[in-house]
Design a protein around this ligand. Structure first.
Ligand SMILES: [Zn+2]
Length: 214
């Protein structure tokens, strides 16, 4: 008895349909921006401790913890694809500009560098957001608004500064100084889970507002 096989034409149509679906999906992701690549950059790392807080703890640990919370929260938003410049306590050289290169090579849509501030005078407190290129200014304003609202810390404003992570990145890029780790009360709050969870929400909300994802 002859085996019944589906006609060749149906097989070919099925294969082309499958190729078409995959091609359309890729096209809508890359050109239609149904998914945005966001680089979160935890400041410092490894032998570069960053600021030493009032309690003696290092900025590099604060920035990593907060960045990981942002990454985790952003996973709930299917249109955000978050990439961290470091996921552990490693040193990233500023000489070879690895942080902006990471974002440029990835073709990232946004770059957000997370820091905690330091100053000789322990009374100084508050949040500052930096940008360098003109096309990063609106991102800086949106992110700053959300972070200041979320923390309730003093608003020290949005400022232009020639930081290499902001200068060498090709996409809108900001550096957020979340608060002063050298201010004992502010540091104490910044090191709490509650503050960091709240700030992760503020940062993701800022990203979503800027990208008009809501
Ligand atoms: Zn820093």
């Amino acid at each position: 008895m002859k085996t019944v096989r589906p006609p060749m034409i149906i097989m070919i149509l099925l294969i082309f349909t499958a190729i078409g679906i995959v091609a359309f999906y890729n096209f809508s992701n890359s050109n239609g921006k149904s998914v945005y690549k966001v680089v979160i950059d935890p400041g410092h790392g490894g032998k570069d401790h960053g600021a030493t807080g009032a309690s003696g703890q290092f900025e590099k640990d604060f920035t990593l913890k907060l960045s990981r919370k942002v990454e985790k929260l952003a996973q709930e938003e299917p249109r955000l694809q978050v990439h961290l410049t470091r996921t552990d306590d490693r040193f990233i050289s500023s000489v070879d500009r690895a942080r902006p290169k990471f974002a440029n090579d990835l073709g990232a849509d946004l770059f957000i560098s997370i820091h905690g501030n330091t100053f000789a005078n322990p009374d100084v407190s508050g949040t500052e957001t930096y940008y360098y290129h003109w096309n990063s200014r609106s991102l800086a304003k949106v992110m700053h608004k959300h972070v200041v609202q979320g923390s309730g810390f003093q608003n020290r404003g949005v400022k232009k500064e020639n930081y290499f992570v902001l200068k060498d990145t090709k996409m809108p890029a900001v550096l957020i100084e979340m608060g002063y780790l050298t201010h004992p009360k502010e540091e104490k709050e910044m090191l709490t889970e509650e503050y960091q969870n709240r700030m992760a929400v503020s940062i993701v909300d800022g990203i979503k507002e800027y990208l008009k994802l809501d």
